[in-house]
Design a protein around this ligand. Structure first.
Ligand SMILES: Cc1cc2nc3c(=O)[nH]c(=O)nc-3n(C[C@H](O)[C@H](O)[C@H](O)COP(=O)(O)O)c2cc1C
Length: 410
């Protein structure tokens, strides 16, 4: 089956919201905010192009809930109502063409490169593995008071996103950022009600969700991006992930996006997938399939989808309800329309490699290369799928200096 029969079926998310198709543009940090961390005309242009490109749901790159807790130097921050008109412009462009535009909201916790924030915070003061310690600052544990303030900040950002015209929000609980650190038994070794059992480690995400829900009402979609696993010994694993998803289902979360990995193990980019998984394209499809058997919560699987056939089979098998796409839409922003009209049945994305093992081993070059494609779209230019990775690396270093290249993150 590869005629787009499943991909272009609408999906009723709740009584009031029907998503026009099953294509879900996953978050990609734009790195295009102004120096003051506000949306720019470039961001508005980028989301206009994506909205016209045909995806049913478009999720923004991570927007930070606190300017003191940036993940990257050019992140957007939304923490108060100042300049909300700029967010309104963004929402207006991104909701064209009947597109659902959801703001991804995030706090990086300790997963932030040296020099970006004054102080890195985490559930517990656990350092990263030795190989990563030269990139990340030493962190300190949050107090209970600070934890409660962060929960309020998540809710405030969500409320402002709604006010500005975004049609939903997505809580970033994956990829090793603060919420994912709370979920992890390795990174969260607190002895109070926020640590210990999986029920306690889940409390932070639960409170964030419930506080947001109390502010935005029952009809406003709230999604959660979560790891199937952190792929780390004694870390957050599939069993705990499925417990958390089950709880989120009972609480009323509208859509769960499945991803996996952290900086320590960047599985979200498919660096080390098994051949059996590669056959089905999507890295986390087997886990999603198990989830679907035990729960009715709407699911999107992200990571690895490249062909119409792979997407159709995943939907037909009922392994997922939506198809998450990130990198393909950085290069082919109108890919959903092309799929609809059967113009690009198979998408070729060459691996981004320089031939220099030290660089190719990390996800950084890849993220930089794709960000440059986003910047081209934002500047009104065509993307360049064959742009040489070595040249991309050279340009990045010339433009931003070595440290900014190191500051790319997923
Ligand atoms: C340039 C770039 C930036 C990204 N930024 C984010 C982000 O802000 N939040 C997030 O949840 N994932 C982020 N990701 C990860 C993607 O959402 C996605 O999980 C990953 O790329 C795998 O999907 P794909 O194979 O379709 O690219 C980023 C990926 C790229 C390439």
């Amino acid at each position: 089956m590869s005629d787009g029969r499943y991909l272009f079926q609408p999906y009723a998310l709740n009584k009031h919201i029907t998503v026009k198709n099953r294509i879900f543009k996953s978050a990609m940090s734009e790195g295009l905010a102004s120096r003051n961390h506000l949306p720019t005309e470039q961001i508005v242009e980028l989301y206009k192009v994506w909205a016209e490109g045909g995806a049913g749901i478009v999720v923004t790159g991570n927007v930070m809930i606190d300017r003191k807790a940036l993940g990257e130097p050019r992140n957007v921050v939304l923490e108060n109502g100042d300049h909300l008109n700029l967010f309104e412009d963004w929402a207006k462009a991104g909701t064209k063409n009947g597109t659902q535009l959801w703001m991804q909201i995030n706090h990086p916790g300790k997963q932030v490169f040296k020099g970006v924030v004054k102080e890195a915070v985490a559930p517990s003061a656990i350092p990263f593995e030795p190989a990563l310690q030269r990139f990340f600052p030493t962190c300190r544990a949050l107090t209970s008071e600070e934890i409660k303030k962060i929960i309020e900040k998540f809710a405030r950002t969500a409320q402002l996103a709604k006010e500005a015209g975004f049609t939903g929000v997505q809580i970033h609980a994956a990829h090793g950022y603060l919420i994912s650190q709370f979920l992890s038994p390795h990174h969260n070794q607190r002895k109070d009600e926020w640590g210990g059992s999986v029920q306690n480690r889940f409390r932070f995400l639960k409170e964030i969700y419930s506080t947001i829900r109390s502010k935005v009402g029952s009809d406003f979609p709230i999604g959660v991006k979560i790891n199937s696993s952190d792929f780390m010994k004694a870390g957050f694993n599939e069993q705990e992930s499925s417990y958390v998803i089950d709880q989120l289902d009972q609480l009323g979360v509208d859509l769960i996006e499945i991803s996996g990995g952290t900086y320590e193990n960047p599985e979200m980019t498919g660096k080390s997938i098994k051949p059996s998984t590669a056959k089905r394209e999507a890295y986390f499809i087997e886990y999603a399939e198990k989830l679907k058997q035990q729960s009715n919560i709407p699911i999107v699987v992200t990571g690895g989808f490249r062909s119409l056939k792979g997407m159709e089979e995943a939907l037909e098998d009922k392994a997922t309800d939506f198809i998450g796409l990130a990198r393909p839409l950085a290069v082919y922003p109108d890919y959903p329309n092309k799929l609809l009209h059967n113009h690009v049945p198979l998408l070729e994305l060459a691996p981004i490699k320089t031939g220099i093992p030290f660089i190719d081993k990390r996800a950084m070059l890849e993220l930089t290369w794709y960000s440059q494609q986003l910047e081209r779209i934002a500047n009104g230019k065509a993307t360049n799928p064959t742009f040489p990775p070595l040249l991309s690396l050279f340009l990045t270093i010339v433009k931003n200096g070595k440290e900014v290249f190191q500051q790319r993150r997923a």
